[in-house]
Design a protein. Sequence first.
Length: 367
Amino acid sequence: MHLAFHTLMLLGTLQGVIMCGLLFFSRKNRYANRLLGMLILLITLAVFNMYLNGVSLEPPIIRFVLTFVPLIIVMPFGPLVYFYVRSVTDPDFRLTRKDRLHFWPVIIDMGPQLVAIIYVIGLISGLLKNNGRPWADFIDNYNVYSDIPRWASITFYLVLAYRHLKGFNLAKDRLAWMKQFTGVFMAFQAIWLLYLIPYVIPQLTNQLLDTVDWYPIYIPMVALVYFLGIKGLLMPEREVKATPAPLEARLIATAVPLLQKAMKEDRLFLNPLLNLSLLAEHTSLPPKNISAVLNQHLHTSFNEFVNNYRIEAFKEKLSDPKFEHLTIMGLALECGFNSLPTFQRAFKNKVGMSPKEYIKMNDQIRI
């Protein structure tokens, strides 16, 4: 039985590598496929690690080196699931610097390798005695309990993905794929939870491993590699965004006056650090509602909405004698822009000419 299990792990690894290559080099749905390819790659690495644990590695130096190589990297699973769903519903979606913060918890997956490195450095420097038993026991316990935040992370992001899908009217084929995609992960989470409960109980951990080993978890992971790769590749290309669900009239009637008041009366646009979170806090509107109203009702983005008020303020200050001592950059900063290039780009997109051209056309002099 063990031989069949390890053969299945090896085949799953090979299949995962092939699927990753196909997804990374696919020309359709490129960004979405690369996110899916990264997800499958991480699943494949975990499966490969399970295969290595079941075979004899010679010479021993190979096993020693693998002690410092993290192959089980699970914390990014959840963010990749969520961002893949977003990329399917919006072909223009790209990870921002803020989005990348979701991947920082990967440090949890690297705990055993960090402990092993500290131990080896301690031995080499003479700070630690040659007694690896306590360190090995710590790593074993860490590996057991680190599965709790891993499971919780995937579950959390699955909920986010499901809530995100509720806000879109997808084409039938894409809707079916998104339901299948989130559905198989929910099923996997249910299986993992049933395994995890006895696994984290110290009296049952060894008994569970001796009875069923890791079959209940890694066989579904191999199935995930096959299913996700094939279905992802077969997903038809889509060049337009999914249609957002219609906004409620009550939401529009509430949000629009609050947004206009925040700009016209409270002049929040003068704050160069203004972002969606600050605007949401000021208006007491959820960020997703603000984005929905701006995109679907006012047909603009958050940045365009704010910058339009800044540009109008810039035009007003051009003709105000109180500001005639300021340069173009000085005026731009006075109106809430945080850099000259950002101002110039926004101004040209809005007005159709550069600030200098606009000033020259209006017979005004600025440096």
